[in-house]
Ligand binder design. Structure first.
Ligand code: BES
Ligand code: ZN
Ligand code: ZN
Length: 499
């Protein structure tokens, strides 16, 4: 890889290399001949009978989850018992095995038990296997001089599918293959550090996507945001040496009946600002732009699949830094909606950015459903761990759209409350709102804050991915670090709205 390295400033490396959109170069096909592939990865469920031998040649093999026998031409991979096999376990087994296979073989066959197709449905298996292959071939140590990417050999995957499921599986696989590159693109941006992925460089990715799919793109910088009156975005970015950006992509296919607004938090680094975070673990806040990466890449996936829904993807790219010019605790700013906000904690910055974006997209595009996604609160991680994204909605129908999309995509959501009591926590003595609520219930008071910046909060849902967006170890089909959560969810959401 040709990189330019200078040590005289903080922009030390050739950013374009690290930021070039990852290409997915694995051919994935359904084949009746899969069993004849040079190497076969054969997945097996554990027997219901205790102690029954599954493989005569390897009598000790009991097919516990991810238990592996690497015979010469065939790898046998256990999936555990069928009653324990949920989509999280299935994803985990697939990812582990495929990751190992990816560095060993150029071409593999994959054989799954028919019972897995009947349990999950052909569509879900296609979803999970395509995502697992993508995760397996795209390690995230992009900036090493010898990235482990170089060790990935896998070029072709032949999947064995019985006749019963073949048509459904093939159709689904073709669709899901279009989500693979966006998922990788999102994961790449999530892990790239703040000195490489920042407002202006993320803009480049947005422009690439706009160009590839013929989307309309609007980009606003400091001057335009001042003219617009996006007080929240500007307040957060005030301490940064870099310019902020608001980026809006529009996909308007012929025949679309509904409009979906997707809003993403793009804090390219969150120090906490003057309410500065403790230093241990602070580096993880390079991924505080995960929401923005999700919506920019989701619109790419939706456009690639030609789903008949109009989609507006809007992101606010900022950096939350302490500085002589930074906002201070207690400062009051006017939001785009016109509400005045007292910033009692500068670390509760994501909501200031999202609030302006919600107001803007509602005002300009009147979406039928408007969904924001953000690494918004540590409190949501306390509530849900890394296993679920928090879902918040005032209206049950809006929540149901997301829950349906979650079921179809296997991206897990769990609904948490966002009613009047949380909004009432946001009182300020001197302004319309305080940007923080009480000590407890922080995920819900953050959500309640957002709801105050919409004329139609009933059309809104909020997804908090502070936990599931940023991982310290693999989780199901998600590889550790940048999980890519959100792209598949929103691609399904668009399909739910299309119907
Ligand atoms: N970006 C953080 C939330 C976060 C925490 C994301 C952990 C990923 C992992 C957010 O801006 C933040 O700092 N929120 C504060 C809000 C508080 C000051 C009300 C938090 O959660 O502590
Ligand atoms: Zn913060
Ligand atoms: Zn943040």
């Amino acid at each position: 890889m040709a990189t330019t390295r200078k040590t005289t400033n903080n922009q030390t490396t050739n950013k374009t290399d690290y930021l070039s959109y990852p290409q997915f170069n694995v051919e994935v096909i359904v084949s009746q001949e899969a069993k004849k592939s040079p190497h076969l990865i054969k997945f097996l469920l554990a027997s219901k009978e205790e102690g029954k031998t599954l493989l005569e040649t390897y009598p000790w093999f009991s097919a516990k989850a991810s238990e592996t026998v690497t015979a010469a031409r065939t790898w046998y991979i256990g999936m555990g018992k069928s009653e324990d096999l949920d989509s999280l376990r299935l994803g985990e087994v697939l990812l582990k095995a495929l990751r190992q296979a990816a560095t060993n073989f150029e071409e593999i066959g994959v054989e799954l038990p028919n019972a897995v197709f009947s349990q999950f449905g052909a569509k879900s298996v296609a979803n999970l296997i395509s995502t697992a292959i993508a995760g397996a071939v795209y390690p995230l140590d992009l900036m090493k001089t010898k990235p482990s990417q170089n060790e990935v050999k896998l070029k072709k995957v032949n999947i064995q599918v019985s006749r019963t499921y073949q048509d459904k599986f093939s159709t689904a696989l073709e669709a899901y293959k279009k989500e693979v590159q966006p998922v990788l693109g999102m994961r790449q941006l999530q892990v790239l550090p703040g000195n490489i992925a920042y407002a202006e460089t993320v803009e480049r990715r947005a422009r690439d996507i706009a160009k590839e799919f013929g989307l309309k793109i609007t980009v606003m910088g400091q001057a335009e945001l001042e003219k617009l009156g996006a007080g929240g975005i500007l307040a957060v970015n005030q301490g940064s040496a870099r310019e902020p950006r608001m980026i809006v992509l529009e996909y308007s296919p012929a025949g679309a009946k509904k409009t979906l607004g997707l809003i993403g938090k793009g804090v390219t680094f969150d120090t906490g600002g003057i309410s500065i975070k403790p230093s241990s673990g602070m580096h993880e806040m390079k991924s505080d732009m995960s929401g923005s990466a999700a919506v920019l890449h989701a619109i790419a996936g939706i456009a690639a699949q030609k789903t008949k829904v109009r989609v507006i993807a809007a992101v606010g790219m900022v950096e939350n830094m302490p500085d002589g010019k930074a906002q201070k605790p207690g400062d009051v700013y006017p939001s785009l909606k016109g509400h005045t906000v007292e910033v009692q904690n500068t670390d509760a910055e994501g909501r200031l950015v999202l609030a302006d974006l919600l107001t803007y997209v509602e005002r300009e595009h009147s979406p039928d459903l408007i969904v924001d996604i953000a690494t918004l609160t540590g409190a949501s991680v306390v509530a849900l761990g890394h296993h679920y994204a928090g879902l918040f909605a005032l209206n049950d129908e809006s929540a149901r759209y997301l829950e349906k999309a979650s079921q179809n995509s296997h991206e897990p959501l769990w609904r948490l409350p966002v009613d009047r009591v949380y909004r009432e926590m946001l009182k300020s003595e001197i302004a319309d709102y305080n940007n923080i609520g009480e000590r407890w219930g922080g995920a819900s008071s953050a959500a309640a804050f957002l709801s105050a910046f919409l004329d139609h909060p009933e059309k809104w849902a909020h997804v908090d991915i502070a936990g599931i967006g940023i991982l310290s170890k693999d989780l199901g089909v998600y590889p550790s670090q940048g999980s890519g959560f959100g792209v598949r969810l929103f691609c399904e959401l668009a399909r739910v709205l299309e119907a």
